[in-house]
Design a binder for this molecule. Structure first.
Ligand SMILES: C[S@@+](CC[C@H](N)C(=O)[O-])C[C@H]1O[C@@H](n2cnc3c(N)ncnc32)[C@H](O)[C@@H]1O
Length: 213
């Protein structure tokens, strides 16, 4: 893996990718979370997705261990795995490459175990979710690149066998987070501020995520 692509990209965008060894060591620090299917990860300057790939690999290892013999559960939980990985990056080629890498890795693992019976809707949903979750944007202004629109994230949750999509602005999500010790909690254990979605979508079948738009 090349850590530097060009001098100009280093000077204009600070683009120096982290080495594989360092990525492994850093993800090891949160191994329990990285292996959990539904723990959400956001990398705010994700480059071409090397950290996100490591997180995906660990989640896929868990997915395969738990559900390789149960295609239905494998597919349902695939949506949760893919839907839990988010990135923002300012360079278009990096965004494309991060999306492609995540998509190809998922397909490779899925095909390895279920070659005979690929669910095309699932693959289409995975592609759709990755496109939504890896965003071409500026983490300093919280805006999408080349537009005045705010960066928004989709929350993907399973309700029984159905998938719910809700959209939130990055600004609202960050306003509800404290970095010292997790979210603010009241005396009775309830979170004090809960971000409000800017849009909610009707429930869809979990392998029809692409219809939630
Ligand atoms: C030091 S590199 C790290 C890349 C990757 N996270 C890694 O560790 O391998 C920083 C990345 O941030 C991107 N970047 C620079 N300014 C940004 C901004 N305002 N918003 C989002 N991404 C930005 C660069 O294009 C570059 O890919």
């Amino acid at each position: 893996m090349k850590q530097v692509k060009s001098r100009i990209r280093v000077s204009e965008f600070g683009e120096v990718n982290t080495s594989k060894t360092e990525i492994n060591a850093m993800v090891n620090l949160v191994e329990h979370e990285a292996s959990r299917l539904d723990s959400r990860f956001l990398e705010p300057a994700c480059g071409d997705g090397n950290f996100l790939m490591e997180v995906l690999n660990r989640k896929l290892t868990t997915l395969v261990k738990k559900f390789r013999c149960n295609k239905y559960e494998f597919e349902k939980n695939s949506i949760i795995v893919i839907g839990s990985i988010y990135g923002i990056e300012i360079l278009k080629d990096n965004v494309q490459s991060a999306r492609n890498k995540l998509y190809r890795r998922f397909c490779m693992v899925y095909q390895r175990y279920f070659r005979e019976d690929i669910n095309k809707e699932l693959i289409q949903s995975v592609e759709f979710i990755i496109k939504k979750n890896i965003i071409l944007g500026d983490f300093v202004t919280f805006k999408q690149k080349n537009s005045n629109n705010p960066i928004t994230f989709c929350e993907w949750t399973l309700i029984e066998q159905k998938l719910k999509r809700r959209d939130f602005t990055l600004m609202d999500l960050l306003a509800c987070t404290t970095f010292e010790g997790g979210p603010p909690i009241s005396d009775n254990g309830e979170p004090i501020i809960v971000p409000q979605p800017i849009k909610e979508y009707s429930l869809v079948k979990f392998d029809e995520a692409y219809k939630a738009c």
